[in-house]
Design a binder for this molecule. Structure first.
Ligand SMILES: Nc1nc2c(ncn2[C@@H]2O[C@H](COP(=O)(O)OP(=O)(O)OP(=O)(O)O)[C@@H](O)[C@H]2O)c(=O)[nH]1
Ligand SMILES: [Mg+2]
Length: 305
């Protein structure tokens, strides 16, 4: 993408920050036009930093999707909050998101206090306006303007795409001038194996309840492209307790079958080829506190969570 004489080429990192569940990953996927981050109604869905690159006529935006800020109980959660804090420091522009349908809460106010240390421009996106009656929107904008120091406030719906290109233009205008950081065809830093692990975890999150989603990690043990170009994925779903294992497996293995079959469809769609998925469920007590296990899974490059 080239810039014209009167329109300089801008480039930099935009860190997407906010409490959990406000729609950060939904927005990233919408903006870059591909599913690179999983999305569920369960809080704390995103567990690591996800880079998504967007090229525009006036420049290149490197978006960083982050885990939501939340009260960290386990080591895994402390690491997640640390990832979000690090992304704040790396940003050329911070995009803070709140959920306009629930209004401002203590989680958002905690994020606002973290933003006080930030010296780069901060844009606030009020997301989920498709769920908000219009008369409620203006008072909310007034409230956030009073409580934080934002360069711009943009109401959006990430799910419907409403006002997302306006938001993107605002972000681009605030980035420094400079050449692109990534080649034009570069989309994300997420390896395919990790995306596959995430898509399996997404299905576990969507199909289990209460404490189970938070206690799940997925490790892809084998990822092969077969001679007929189809994918064969073997993965272990780790949980922390036998009772959780029983829930994930389900009666006569039905739940696990369903998780595998939905993940297979999603992976097939994303990678545009047939896929087969083989799943095992293992108990690893307290893995969320087990730094060695988490590091080993992460270093294998095949872990999700
Ligand atoms: N109605 C509506 N729902 C939305 C919108 N954006 C996101 N959602 C829903 O909100 C839920 C959370 O979305 P995510 O994108 O996973 O939120 P997140 O901020 O990445 O969450 P964490 O990764 O857990 O921090 C999902 O059920 C989305 O479908 C929106 O604009 N409108
Ligand atoms: Mg997310």
């Amino acid at each position: 993408m080239t810039a014209t004489i009167d329109q300089p080429h801008r480039c930099g990192f935009v860190s997407i920050i906010g409490r959990t569940n406000v729609g950060k990953s939904t927005l990233l996927n919408h903006l870059i036009g591909e599913k690179v981050a999983i999305v569920t109604p369960v809080s704390q869905t995103t567990r690591h930093r996800i880079l998504g690159v967007k090229n525009l006529p006036g420049g290149q935006i490197a978006y960083l999707d982050t885990p939501g800020f939340h009260k960290a109980k386990f080591r895994m959660n402390r690491d997640m909050v640390q990832v979000a804090s690090d992304a704040l420091r790396e940003a050329d522009v911070v995009l803070c998101m709140i959920d306009a349908s629930t209004g401002l809460g203590p989680g958002d106010r905690f994020v606002f206090t973290r933003l006080k240390e930030i010296r780069v421009p901060i844009v606030l996106a009020l997301n989920k306006i498709d769920q908000v009656p219009r008369p409620h929107l203006l008072p909310l904008i007034d409230k956030v303007r009073f409580e934080g120091s934002f360069q711009e406030i943009v109401p959006i719906s990430a799910a419907k795409g409403t006002q997302c290109s306006e938001l993107e233009n605002t972000l681009l205008r605030l980035l420094p001038e400079g050449p692109p950081l990534y080649p034009e065809e570069y989309l994300t830093d997420q390896p395919e194996r990790l995306l596959a692990a995430e898509m399996i975890r997404e299905q576990v999150l969507l199909q289990t309840r209460q404490e189970v989603p938070h206690a799940v990690s997925v490790v892809v043990e084998r990822y092969s492209v077969l001679r007929d170009k189809s994918l064969r994925i073997e993965a272990t779903i780790y949980v922390e307790r036998e009772s959780q294992r029983a829930i994930v497996v389900g009666k006569n293995g039905q739940k696990l079958k369903e998780i595998g079959s939905r993940a297979r469809k999603e992976i097939g769609l994303r990678f545009e080829c047939p896929a087969s998925v083989f799943l095992w469920v293992k108990v690893h007590p307290n893995w969320r506190q087990d730094v060695t296990a988490m590091e080993r899974w992460r270093r294998s490059g095949m872990a999700s969570g």
